[in-house]
Ligand binder design. Structure first.
Ligand code: ADP
Length: 227
């Protein structure tokens, strides 16, 4: 019913409160549970004059009314409910299929793949599908501006390589994955799992991707009450 918006780094209910409603919240925070008549008394108003404001505050979930007890403040509880919902969603619930290319692919062919697959980032793999790096639009723009022959340069020359690739896993919360994307100012993360090669060495295999689009879609679904 009321959208949520970020305010000062926090998620807040986007509801414009009038001065009287703000005063009511302060009174209930301080003295709740408190009856409607007592709130009215504090504000030098009649109970009837207060009814529309109390109705808005309870319908929006900021206050709750218990019969024979009175009003008490629930605004914080509602916010922690939003946080709890988001923190229970795992990467595996929202990830998409990864688009991977071999590290020896030419920059030219990689650009073509980016267009045909309609993605902004490609994951670069070596033998046995081991994650070696990521390459994104800016990497391609940079090399194109340099005037190099895009057919002769392999993509592993321009990629961001391991161990500098920021990754996520199926079981990580989508909240943590989103935080990595925001903190590192990147568009996507490869979803990886560890595997041991024939020589007993540990590697990462790409099993999915999380992009800003996945996060935006989740946000819309949460807004529609689907999660
Ligand atoms: P774009 O190039 O479309 O703006 P990004 O902002 O994701 O896309 O990429 C910016 C830079 O960060 C590029 O050099 C890219 O190689 C690198 N990059 C992209 N994704 C990752 C990642 N998951 N881990 C580390 N570096 C990344």
């Amino acid at each position: 019913m009321y959208p949520i918006t970020p305010v000062g780094g926090r998620w807040c209910l986007n509801i414009r409160l009038n001065e009287r409603q703000k005063k009511i919240i302060e009174i209930v925070k301080e003295r709740g549970p408190i009856t409607g008549s007592n709130i009215a008394q504090e504000l030098n108003l009649t109970r009837a004059a207060l009814r529309p404001d109390l109705s808005i505050l309870t319908r929006s979930g900021i206050l709750e009314a218990r019969p024979r007890v009175g009003y008490y403040y629930t605004g914080d509880k509602r916010q922690s409910l939003i946080a709890e919902t988001i923190k229970n969603i795992r990467v595996k619930d929202v990830k998409s299929i990864p688009i991977v290319i071999d590290e020896k692919t030419s920059v030219y062919d990689a650009v073509v793949t980016m267009f045909t697959e309609d993605v902004g980032t490609l994951f670069v793999v070596g033998d046995e599908g081991v994650l070696e790096g990521v390459v994104s639009r800016k990497d391609f723009l940079k090399i194109a501006l340099g005037g190099s022959d895009l057919h002769s340069i392999p993509v592993n020359v321009i990629m961001t390589r391991m161990p500098n690739v920021i990754t996520t896993t199926n079981e990580e919360t989508v909240y943590m994955a989103a935080k990595k994307i925001i903190d590192r100012e990147i568009d996507s993360l490869p979803v990886v799992r560890t595997f041991i090669d024939s020589k007993g060495n540990e590697h990462l295999e790409v099993i999915g991707r999380i992009t800003k689009t996945n996060l935006a879609r989740l946000f819309v679904e949460l807004g529609e009450g689907k999660n």
